[in-house]
Design a protein around this ligand. Structure first.
Ligand code: ZN
Length: 196
């Protein structure tokens, strides 16, 4: 039994797949739209799954046009640090369920949020500091950070050893400090490459 149109009460409804022109800023792009059309009065509506399919398609194209991280990438970044969705909402000062909607793909994140997410994904120190600032108590994430510290420390020690060999006595403290800082920086970059 086909559904009757709720606008004219006589026509029957069928699903149409049509190109839909999405305007975003100065850009325009076509997406494939699944929608319901009345064969009598021509009323167009989105019903059931068509609604979320439309939202997902629009959000995904906007992400593409703005060069934003995909919903899957957001999820991967969150799981890398074992953050909960609510953790990231507090860290980024966005409303409840905002991250959840971003990660489900229904709403694209803002450009500002996207930039911050990229930085925290790339730099565990930023992620840790945001977590501390938001006073988040997440033992799983704390464990991840402890493991990263351990990794970085090991890499830094190895770097420093290669640089100064065994002759620490010949090096003045200032020089040693400089080299230690360089060794830690290099270790962080190495960690990032490894984690990427
Ligand atoms: Zn109708």
């Amino acid at each position: 039994m086909p559904d009757l149109c709720s606008v004219c009460d006589t026509g029957t409804l069928t699903e149409q797949v049509v190109p839909f022109l999405l305007s975003h800023g100065s850009k325009e792009i076509m997406i494939e739209d699944h929608r319901t059309v009345c064969d009598a009065c021509g009323a167009v509506s989105y019903v059931g799954e068509q609604i979320s399919r439309h939202e997902l398609a629009v959000a995904s194209k906007i992400r593409e046009m703005d060069g934003l991280l995909s919903a899957d990438t957001l999820r991967r970044i969150r799981l890398k640090y074992k953050f909960r969705q609510t953790d990231l909402e507090a860290m980024l000062s966005v409303g409840p369920k905002t991250w959840t909607r971003w990660e489900r793909g229904k709403v694209p994140q803002s450009k500002t949020a996207d930039t911050l997410i990229r930085v925290l994904a790339d730099d565990p120190e930023v992620a840790r500091r945001l977590m501390q600032q938001a006073r988040i108590d997440n033992p799983d994430a704390a464990e991840v950070f402890a493991a990263i510290d351990e990794d970085t420390k090991r890499l830094a020690e190895a770097n420093l050893r290669t640089q100064i060999g065994l002759s620490t006595l010949d090096i003045n403290p200032e020089d040693l400090a400089q080299r230690a800082i360089a060794a830690v920086r290099k270790a962080r970059l190495e960690w990032r490459e490894k984690a990427a």
